[in-house]
Design a protein around this ligand. Structure first.
Ligand SMILES: NC(=O)c1ccc[n+]([C@@H]2O[C@H](COP(=O)([O-])OP(=O)(O)OC[C@H]3O[C@@H](n4cnc5c(N)ncnc54)[C@H](O)[C@@H]3O)[C@@H](O)[C@H]2O)c1
Ligand SMILES: OC[C@H](O)C(O)[C@@H](O)CO
Length: 356
C-alpha cells in the first residue's frame, strides 16, 4: 500500500503536522476517490486550531486530518458508480450518515447518530488531504459555469438553504438575518432566492454590513451595544418600517443578545431559526415568544436536497459567490489561512491542496 497521500493533521491546539498517509483504495463498488483541489476555512477550523476541537477534541493519541469544505476532481470510482467518472469536477458533501437508522429513513440524515462527518473527532478524517474517499453520491458534479474555488461554497450555502427551508420561507415575506459573516451573507442570499419581500442584515461590524449591501439586495442595521435587546428590536422594526416585526428571522451569530433581539423583532406568528452556534446555554424571552406563538427552529448542517438546491442556485449565479473568496493559500501554508480567518481578515479563505 502506497503511503503517498500528503495530509494535514492536528494533534492538539497549535500542533499541526503534514504526514504521508495511505493512499485510499476503492473497497466498495459505490465509492469514489476525489483528488481534493480546494478546502475552505470555517470558524470551526480556527476553533480546532486554537482549542483542539469544539465539543470533542483531537489528541496526541487520536490526531485528525482537518477540513470539511471542499471541492475536487474525481480520481477513481467503484464498479457500480454511474453518476461520476474520473476527471469530473465535484463539490463534496462531507458528512456520511449510516442510511439505516430511523432518522436516516425519515429523511433527516443530518441528525444520524452514526454520522461520520469530516474532521469530527475522534476518528473521522477530513478533506485536507490529497486523495479523499467518499460514497459517490456525496460528490456532486459541478457545471462548467462554476469554478472549483466557488464549489467550496456549496457547503456553507447548504447550511443557509437548510435554514431557509426549515423556516418555510414564502415569497414576499420579510426576513431578518443576524450576522454578516459567511453564513449570514449566504442566508440572506438564500432568502432572496426563495423570494423574500425584503431582507434586513444586522451586524456589529459596519464594514461587514457595507459588504453585505454589495453582495445581496438588503437593508442593514447596526445594533447599539449599550441598549437592551428589546430596544434594539424596536429600532430594527422601525428602520425596516415593520411595526409588526419580521415574518422570518435567521440567527447566524450564535450570540445570546442577538438571539434575544431577533426573537423580540419577530412578528406574531413568525418563525425564528437558530443557525448560529455559540455558548451551550442561553436564555430566551419565552414570555414574549408565548404571546406571539413564535415558532423556534434549530438548524444543524444540511440534509436531503440541500446540496442539490445550493448547487443549482450557485450554478445560476444566485448568488455569485466569487466576491466571498478572499484568499487562496498553498497547502503547506494552512496555518496562514487559519490565522487570517482568526484575525477576521477576509470572508472565505481557501487552501489549495492540489492543482486544478
Ligand atoms: N447550524 C449549523 O450547522 C452551522 C453551520 C456552520 C456555521 N454555524 C454557525 O453559524 C455562525 C456564523 O458562522 P460564520 O462562519 O458566518 O461566522 P462569522 O464569525 O464569519 O460571522 C459571524 C458574524 O456575526 C457578527 N456578530 C457578532 N456578534 C454579533 C451581535 N451581537 N449582533 C450581530 N452580529 C454579531 C460578527 O461581527 C460576524 O460578522 C457561527 O455561530 C457558526 O458556528 C452553524
Ligand atoms: O457546516 C457544517 C459545520 O461547519 C460543521 O458542523 C462544523 O461546525 C464542524 O463539524
Amino acid at each position: 500500500m502506497s503511503r503517498d497521500n500528503l495530509s494535514c493533521l492536528l494533534y492538539g491546539p497549535g500542533q499541526l503536522k503534514f504526514e504521508h498517509r495511505p493512499v485510499p483504495e476503492i473497497t466498495d463498488a459505490h465509492d469514489a476517490i476525489i483528488r481534493i483541489t480546494y478546502v475552505g476555512v470555517c470558524g470551526s477550523d480556527v476553533h480546532f486550531w486554537t482549542h483542539g476541537g469544539v465539543s470533542r477534541k483531537v489528541s496526541d493519541e487520536a490526531p485528525l486530518v482537518m477540513g470539511h469544505e471542499a471541492s475536487g476532481i474525481v480520481h477513481a470510482v467503484g464498479s457500480e458508480v454511474t453518476t461520476l467518472k474520473p476527471g469530473d469536477r465535484v463539490a463534496i458533501e462531507p458528512g456520511f450518515p449510516c442510511r439505516r437508522c430511523k432518522l436516516c429513513k425519515a429523511g433527516r440524515y443530518n441528525l444520524c447518530r452514526g454520522m461520520k462527518f469530516a474532521a469530527d473527532p475522534p476518528s473521522t478524517h477530513g478533506t485536507l488531504t490529497r486523495l479523499f474517499k467518499i460514497p459517490a453520491d456525496f460528490a456532486y458534479k459541478i457545471p462548467d459555469s462554476l469554478g472549483l474555488q466557488e464549489a467550496v461554497m456549496v457547503e456553507p450555502f447548504s447550511v443557509a438553504i437548510h435554514g431557509v427551508r426549515l423556516a418555510g420561507l414564502q415569497p414576499g415575506q420579510t426576513v431578518l438575518v443576524q450576522g454578516s459573516g459567511t453564513i449570514g451573507l449566504l442566508s440572506a442570499a438564500a432568502a432572496v432566492a426563495y423570494g423574500a419581500g425584503s431582507v434586513m442584515v444586522v451586524d456589529i461590524n459596519q464594514k461587514k454590513l457595507d459588504f453585505a449591501r454589495t453582495f445581496v439586495e438588503c437593508k442593514t442595521f447596526i445594533p447599539d451595544a449599550s441598549s437592551t435587546p428589546e430596544a434594539n428590536a424596536e429600532n430594527l422594526r422601525a428602520v425596516a418600517g415593520l411595526e409588526g416585526g419580521f415574518d422570518v428571522v435567521l440567527e447566524c451569530t450564535g450570540v445570546e443578545s442577538s438571539a434575544q433581539t431577533g426573537l423580540f423583532a419577530s412578528a406574531a406568528g413568525g418563525v425564528f431559526v437558530q443557525i448560529g452556534m455559540g455558548r451551550p446555554k442561553q436564555s430566551l424571552p419565552l414570555l414574549d415568544m408565548c404571546e406571539k406563538e413564535t415558532t423556534l427552529k434549530t438548524a444543524f448542517r444540511y440534509g436531503p436536497g440541500d446540496y442539490e438546491i445550493a448547487l443549482e442556485l450557485l450554478a445560476a449565479g444566485k448568488p455569485s459567490v466569487k466576491s466571498l473568496i478572499s484568499s487562496t493559500s498553498p497547502f503547506r501554508d494552512v496555518t496562514e489561512a487559519w490565522e487570517k480567518t482568526k484575525r477576521g481578515e477576509g470572508i472565505k479563505n481557501l487552501i489549495q491542496v492540489t492543482e486544478e
